[in-house]
Ligand binder design. Structure first.
Ligand SMILES: C[S@@+](CC[C@H](N)C(=O)[O-])C[C@H]1O[C@@H](n2cnc3c(N)ncnc32)[C@H](O)[C@@H]1O
Length: 233
């Protein structure tokens, strides 16, 4: 059974190094709007979103409980001469005062536990964002190919046999629980927010190939996730 720390110990593969296009598009909207300065990346991993946003001038904070992820993210920041506040911490313990963040990103990170934990994290995000603050969150839906597979550890919660086997080192999340949300769940967890959009997408991950370093996008079949864009009430 892999832990997140073991997964990141082999270094971040390309597939988890190239930023998701939706996040970049959202960041450019935030930048154009001029009201988002301080951004929290919850479960930041190796920093594939934190780095480009820091490069755009956002004041970035990254939280991740895997020391190897934080170390990789720190090394990449240093390599690029970028700055950010990084914390190796549980996401249930965001070490900041309330209302300090203008925006939060939680990309494929907040659902590694039962519904009660997810609800708690959504409440924490509400507390740490200022009123009017923006959020972008992704989480697996019940259309996901892994729903119902593996060992059930609670309602709609499964320790899956390799959610990302082959797409992550160390057997890709084998042994790590995943909560699969319905649309009603998402709206309930995030009831303290205005939902701007809630859509299901198949996950796409990218790698760089060939002498021209072209970016190739890989569709992960039936890896359905909710993309949720919110504004804190
Ligand atoms: C699938 S990775 C996504 C990383 C990054 N958001 C990205 O899109 O590349 C999930 C990340 O969430 C982190 N994570 C999972 N549960 C966590 C928790 N309870 N507290 C802090 N970090 C957590 C893991 O260590 C891992 O880096």
């Amino acid at each position: 059974m892999a832990t997140w720390d073991q997964i990141w110990q082999s270094g971040a593969p390309d597939l988890w190094s190239i930023p998701d296009r939706t996040v970049l598009e959202l960041a450019s909207r935030w930048k154009a709007g001029g009201t988002v300065r301080r951004v929290l990346d919850l479960g930041c991993g190796a920093g594939r979103h934190l780095l480009p946003l820091a490069a755009e001038g956002f004041l970035m904070t990254g939280i991740d409980h895997a020391p190897s992820a934080i170390a990789e993210c720190r090394s990449r920041l240093d390599q690029h001469g970028l700055k950010a506040e990084l914390h190796c911490a549980e996401m249930t313990e965001i070490p900041y005062a309330d209302c300090v963040f203008d925006a939060v990103i939680a990309f494929n990170s907040i659902y590694h536990g039962p519904a009660a934990q997810l609800r708690r994290i959504a409440e924490l995000l509400h507390a740490k964002l200022r009123p009017g603050g923006a959020g972008f969150i992704t989480l697996p839906s019940r259309e996901n190919r892994m729903y119902g597979k593996g060992e059930p550890v609670g309602p709609h919660t499964f320790v899956n046999p390799g959610m990302f086997a082959g797409l992550f080192p160390n057997d890709g999340e084998r042994g790590i629980p995943h909560y699969f949300a319905s649309e009603a769940d998402v709206c309930s967890f995030f009831s303290g927010f205005h939902v701007l959009s809630l859509t299901q997408h198949e996950l796409h991950l990218a790698s760089v190939k060939g002498p021209d370093h072209a970016v190739h996008w890989l569709r992960v079949p039936k890896a359905f996730f909710w993309n949720l864009e919110v504004i804190r009430k």
